[in-house]
Design a protein around this ligand. Sequence first.
Ligand code: ASP
Ligand code: MG
Length: 440
Amino acid sequence: MKVMKFGGTSVGRPERMHHIASLVTKETEPTIVVLSALSGTTNALVEIGNNIARGDREGARETIAKLEAHYRAFVSELVKSDEAVAKAQQIIDDHFEFLTIILRISFSEALSKDILAQGELLSTKLFSVYLEEQGIPHTLLPALEFMTIDSYDEPQIGSIKVKLSQQLEQHKDKKLFITQGYICRNAKGEVDNLKRGGSDYSASLIAAAINASACEIWTDIDGMHNNDPRIVKKTVPVEQLSFEEAAELAYFGAKILHPASIWPAQQYSIPVKLLNTMQPDAKGTLITANAASVGVKAVAAKDNIIAIRIKSSRMLLAYGFLRKIFEVFEKYRTPIDMITTSEVAVSVTIDSSAFLKDIIKELEPFGSVEVDEGQSIISVVGNEISQTSDIIKRLFGSILNIPIRMVSYGGSPHNISLLVPAAQKDQILQQLNKGMFGLE
Ligand code: ASP
Ligand code: MG
């Protein structure tokens, strides 16, 4: 079996849904299709939840009405037969009635998760109606029956496997399955989700659970590129990456793949393919256990980074100092991305300011604390890059004009990270494109 996941833009227009139906029916292998919500839907659902949380029911009502109109227009082009139109309209009736009822209930975290789940439920049900109209045999698998997370919000492949196998067992004769990305049930049995962009994660968890031959992530670009195509004019897709390289790139800014989606595929050795819905024959990017070649493959940037420097002469020759500092971040559940140290100071970066004030307050007893907001991490990713001759020269040589706040080298053989002012990020990516890849 294989898994094919389609993102929001791949299902965001009726003609695109028609197109992906033709892609999934080309398959000879049994396939589980994982769908995101139509593009824009999850953002609208977040807004509805926020409105309700703020007590702005009128705002919520407006957003719901706008979203409903969008879906009505969508199905009018998605399906043609009276029967299919009636079915699709009924699905919209049900889900929007649910959202309207929610307006009368007092807000809770669990309720907001119920709201967020509507997007993937709608997209998969509407796709199913279209497939049915086309006479394409398939089964809709409810993700809420098999995709679960534990009390630490961690999915457990073992239990997903048991539950999913039970579902598949009931439809042995079928070859095409459709299910929701993103949504799941938590340890309390409530509807929950795998966080924004989590449909990729769903796909790779499912692929691991069924030991799939491949996990295909279909988006609107032909694979992971060597640089950020939104910023740099000339970028090229990277044909092959190792899981480690892909994880670094996904974590440090390449928007195409949810970073968490790497580990299930890696642990169960499932090849991941990044493919383009609009250009199905393009090679895309293949991610497997081996890196095809030595050297730099890509650069990526992550924004909204905050650097914190803690300076103290007490750090000199002391042990246990770093532990105490890290404990502060642990207490506030704030992950650290980069670390650099000198004998009397340590600099770390974080990407969330949610607890910044508390963190600073608790760090102050350890020494002087300096905070620089508005930074970006530029990550240079490849295989055994430290062994690549003249890499350092090429890297720094191409950005001689840039003030660099931190450098992290040697943490992994696949990554060199630089912390730079966010305002200079675009320029750096452009200069690196020329200096590292010879692309202009
Ligand atoms: N629909 C969800 C989101 O927009 C999940 C996904 O698309 O991956 O975040
Ligand atoms: Mg995505």
